[in-house]
Design a protein around this ligand. Structure first.
Ligand code: MN3
Length: 244
């Protein structure tokens, strides 16, 4: 077998789930400073701020449970699925019939890893507001949604209307060369192939229930106060640079 570098592994794994086409810079950033002790290509990156730093909008206990337990669980699940698929290929025979089930597990967990990796980075203390008028993300939001307010209403509605567990996603779609707001149910369903997520909002109950209970709309309003538009702009620049 030809040895593959860690970056190549991360880069190819980033395409799992199809519509989640995170750029290579993001994948490289994810591999830096990652916590040790994870056996496989996926690792749990540390939060870029303290658990309590997004209060009062998102509480410290939710952040700790969400990052340390839920995100870590997806990392373990994705690595386990990768290992199982390797084992199935080695074993052959009847084991090959398990490919469908394990690939499903891989899609769920790997998409969970990639979305959470971005989720922590698109938030910061004292964030929110509108992106700078001279930023490309600011210009493209106005071009593709009319006004920032129209975008924000669309993004909030997409997030709020997720059935069950999922995400609201602002993404760059390279074929039409424009921004789209899409939803993800669970982590991996209902996206558009090739879209590059730029701003993602976790609306699983584990992301807000301790503080907001059933008031998902209030949590979404609070999220708008912690958006890190500098990161979103960086993700857009990366997407534009790598678009074919
Ligand atoms: Mn989550």
């Amino acid at each position: 077998m030809t040895p593959i570098s860690r970056r190549e592994v991360l880069g190819s794994a980033a395409l799992v789930g199809g519509w989640l086409a995170f750029g290579p810079r993001t994948a490289a950033a994810q591999s830096q400073g990652a916590m040790a002790g994870t056996d496989g290509p996926y690792t749990l990156p540390p939060l870029p701020y303290g658990y309590a730093d997004l209060e009062p909008h998102i509480d410290a206990q939710t952040m700790k449970l969400h990052h340390d337990l839920h995100h870590a669980g997806y990392v373990r699940g994705a690595n386990k699925a990768i290992a199982e698929l390797e084992s199935i290929r080695r074993t052959g025979g009847n084991a090959i019939h398990r490919v469908r089930a394990v690939t499903d597990v891989l899609s769920f967990n790997a998409c969970g890893v990639l979305l959470h990796n971005l989720f922590w980075r698109v938030m910061k203390p004292n964030g929110g507001g509108e992106p700078p008028a001279d930023s490309d993300i600011g210009r493209m939001i106005k071009r593709d949604f009319g006004t920032f307010e129209a975008f924000a209403a669309n993004f909030a509605a997409a997030s709020k209307q997720v059935q069950g567990s999922g995400w609201g996603v602002l993404a760059y779609e390279p074929t039409a060369q424009r921004l789209l707001v899409v939803q993800a149910e669970k982590h991996q369903n209902h996206g558009v192939w090739g879209c590059v997520p730029l701003l993602v909002l976790d609306v699983w109950e584990h992301a807000y229930y301790l503080k907001y209970q059933n008031r998902r709309g209030d949590y979404i309003k609070a999220f708008m106060n912690v958006i890190n538009w500098e990161t979103v702009e960086q993700e857009l620049q990366q997407a534009l640079a790598t678009a074919r």
